[in-house]
Design a protein around this ligand. Structure first.
Ligand code: 5GP
Length: 207
């Protein structure tokens, strides 16, 4: 697939990618899901059904919304973090969410330049440090994992911590070439979108 071609993904494909990834993610034992919106919302909800254990409550999903500024010409590497804008973050007080000592799974639909995931994890770690300080607890008792549907094979503009990348707690359902991925929730014509996905083999697959 060339870089200017789009890769069409159907809802059924997303559903199955979540199902497939769930077996591995269960080993991480997430206590909490943090979905990055908008693209992480639908995968997070689908994955949650596959993580459900009989007799146990559903894993809670918290939503954060991050937007990327378009890079400008005078943008240097050090400004990577500043290009991400928080549109919505966790209200810890109202939700009574405590990250300390938890296994926290961050979900986005795609790891492209990695800027968004880098920002999310850096900021969440600051929140953990604050919460741990208040309780006089160990901030390292919080473990982070990441789930994306697609990880694009390309040079990334930001890193993710070793504690995620070297522990097997980075879960990408598929590693894909660097092309534009068209997700079903963005489609304005879902029939044509799904036909395109089927034609590309990105619809239902037999596990
Ligand atoms: P990042 O470059 O920070 O890894 O990705 C930022 C955001 O850009 C992603 O969360 C996603 O919303 C959007 N994005 C990046 N690549 C693609 C793509 O191929 N398709 C779609 N639909 N969104 C993308």
């Amino acid at each position: 697939m060339s870089e200017d071609e789009k890769m069409y993904i159907s809802y059924q494909n997303v559903h199955q990618l979540c199902q497939e990834a769930a077996d591995k993610i269960k080993q991480f034992k997430p206590d909490l899901i943090i979905a990055i919106g908008g693209g992480g919302f639908i995968p997070a909800r689908m994955l949650r059904s596959f993580l459900k254990e009989p007799g146990q409550p559903n894993v809670r999903i918290m939503a954060i919304i991050l937007s990327l500024y378009e890079p400008t010409d005078d943008c240097d590497e050090e400004s990577i973090g500043q290009k991400v804008v928080r549109t919505q973050w966790i209200d810890y007080h109202q939700s009574k969410v405590d990250l300390v000592g938890k296994n926290v799974l961050i979900i986005d639909e795609v790891d492209d330049t990695r800027t968004t995931l880098h920002y999310a994890i850096s900021e969440l770690k600051k929140d953990v440090a604050q919460q741990a300080a208040v309780k006089n607890a160990d901030p390292n008792s919080t473990k982070f994992g990441i789930f994306v549907l697609h990880d694009k094979q390309k040079p990334k503009r930001a890193d993710l911590p070793d504690e995620i990348m070297s522990t097997g707690n980075y879960f990408a359902a598929r590693t894909v070439p660097d092309c534009w991925i068209a997700y079903p929730w963005e489609a304005t014509d879902i029939v044509t979108h799904t036909k395109n996905a089927v034609a590309q083999g990105n619809d239902v697959f037999l596990p």
